[in-house]
Design a protein around this ligand. Structure first.
Ligand code: ATP
Ligand code: MG
Length: 488
């Protein structure tokens, strides 16, 4: 079935002749030659030909999907379904005009305003081919929010989850109000309706990749904004984009909009930090090609994940304040030393806690090749810590201690007991212990008064209780280590 056949069937293009003709001439006629598979001219890029070849209309607009579109129309969500904006490997994006809403009477429907006055939507329709969704499992697996659905291996259901995931992520970003994103309107099976980011002349606003920067200053502005947004996504929206690039950001009304968030994950996802590092690398390499003085990847990473920013006096939810901070505080990469440091950073294995370890990681874990995020955070906290009192330092260390230190590995053999609720020294061989050592040096427990001692002990207990929540059970650890050894 071709798109035109589909549209005929849907009867989405058969009413309100006069005002619509204008836009249809603009959108449909102008691109009649490529309506089936090609993108509109604004989205036509180097790779579109390949994509177009792969993306057949049937891949997306199957009868079932057509029924969902029809349902959107009968509910008054959309009134017209137009040309294809983009054919990607996972989804096609179409243009549509908004309807009058479900409650609108027949009469209202008859006198819809001119097309120019109607809201425009982008409709993302996910492909249902099996090949595409295979790779998606790793983004859904490990997501607490999708814990009940990850075992579904039915492609239809998987795509539905994927579309819902994008809808929820988009909603979260949109509602946060701190990072611009198109407004999500509706999701139904593999069809997602969102606000269309319009350049003002019937065409989509450009992707960052196609945006014609006025000058160097503007390029730098978007780089700093992007870095600030990565932090805001992480800290305020609790999301790592996981496919952030110049292709998945749109410049609309001089603002940077984040799109394509189906694969975005929460910070608790076992791979979130790897995805974050990858996002930073992609963004850096794009802006480096745009001749921007980029910051070291490691510095951006720390900026994103740090709870506290050194000498930051602005509003933590303000992109503007963060952008200014980034511009003033982060030191651009200079010379081979910084590059070497980033090389090392890229090879680090980042884990939050042992709960996030996968079996393959145990090979490296047992071979002692493990690098931990802890070192990064500890490094950062030490800098921040100079501004804190000893007991605050301790709190700082225990609050950031949802990841486990290498020393914990040495506890593997056994002084530690799974149900030990006490605060015996044997458990304090981790960084937590280091912090305690420091706090001893500064304050000296001998002179500690009763109340603060009691508080310290309660804090320590609480910290350990928290830590145990994310801990891999000892018998599981042992089993995995044994398995790894027997493989050798
Ligand atoms: N809300 C929107 N407003 C305007 N254009 C949009 C919108 N959403 C998507 N697009 C256009 O459609 C393209 C593809 O969207 P998106 O990245 O979400 O899908 P995708 O399947 O990941 O595509 P790809 O595989 O090409 O990355 C975008 O690059 C953008 O040009
Ligand atoms: Mg995309």
């Amino acid at each position: 079935m071709s798109l035109e056949d589909g549209l005929d069937k849907l009867s989405l293009n058969d009413k309100h002749g006069a005002d619509r003709d204008h836009i249809n001439t603009q959108i449909l006629d102008k691109h009649a030659h490529n309506i089936k598979t090609d993108e509109l001219s604004v989205t036509r890029g180097k790779t579109s030909k390949d994509k177009a070849n792969r993306a057949t209309v049937e891949n997306v607009l199957d009868p079932r999907t057509m029924r969902f579109l029809q349902a959107l129309k009968s509910r008054g969500i959309i009134s017209e379904f137009n040309g294809c904006l983009s054919t990607g490997k996972e989804a096609n994006v179409y243009h549509a005009f908004a309807g009058y809403g479900a409650k609108a009477s027949e009469e209202d429907q008859e006198c819809l305003p001119n097309l120019e006055e109607r809201r425009e939507y982008a409709i993302k329709i996910y492909k249902t081919s099996i090949l595409v969704f295979k790779d998606r499992e790793r983004y859904v697996d490990g997501e607490f929010r999708f814990r009940n659905s990850r075992s579904q291996h039915n492609p239809r259901k998987m795509i539905k989850i994927w579309a819902e995931k994008e809808f929820r992520n988009l909603k979260r970003i949109y509602q946060s109000g701190v990072v611009p994103a198109p407004e999500p309107i509706e999701v139904r099976s593999n069809v997602l309706v969102m606000e269309f980011l319009n350049r003002g002349d019937g065409f989509a606003s450009p992707k960052l990749k196609d945006y014609p920067y006025r000058d160097r200053e503007e390029t730098l502005y978007y780089y700093h904004t992007m870095v600030a947004y990565i932090r805001l996504l992480y800290q305020c929206c609790q999301l790592v984009h996981a496919d952030l690039s110049e292709y998945n950001t749109i410049v609309h009304n001089q603002e940077l909009y984040v799109i394509d968030v189906s694969q975005s994950v929460q910070p608790e996802h076992p791979m979130s930090l790897d995805f974050l590092r990858m996002d930073i690398k992609n963004i850096n390499s794009y802006f480096e090609r745009m001749s921007v003085d980029i910051f070291p990847e490691r510095a951006i990473f720390q900026f994103v994940i740090s709870d506290n920013l050194e000498r930051f006096e602005g509003d933590y939810t303000s992109a503007q304040d963060l952008r200014q901070y980034v511009a003033k505080t982060l030191r651009p990469k200079s010379g081979p030393d910084d590059e070497a440091e980033d090389e090392v950073f890229r090879s680090l294995h980042l884990v939050r806690n042992l709960g996030g370890l996968e079996e393959r990681d145990f090979d490296r874990f047992t071979l002692g090749k493990f690098d931990l995020l802890k070192s990064l955070i500890a490094h950062d906290n030490q800098k921040v810590a100079s501004n804190f009192t000893a007991s605050e330092q301790y709190e700082l260390s225990s609050s950031s201690d949802d990841e486990i230190s290498e020393d914990e590995d040495s506890n593997e053999g056994g002084s530690e007991s799974e149900d030990d609720d006490g605060e015996s020294g044997s458990e304090e061989s981790s960084d937590e212990g280091e912090w305690l050592e420091k706090s001893k040096e500064v304050k000296g427990k001998k002179h500690e008064d009763k109340d603060s001692k009691k508080q310290r002990k309660t804090d320590a207990k609480e910290a350990k209780r928290e830590k145990r929540k994310t801990k891999v059970k000892k018998h599981i650890k042992k089993k995995l280590v044994k398995k790894t050894k027997s493989k050798k």
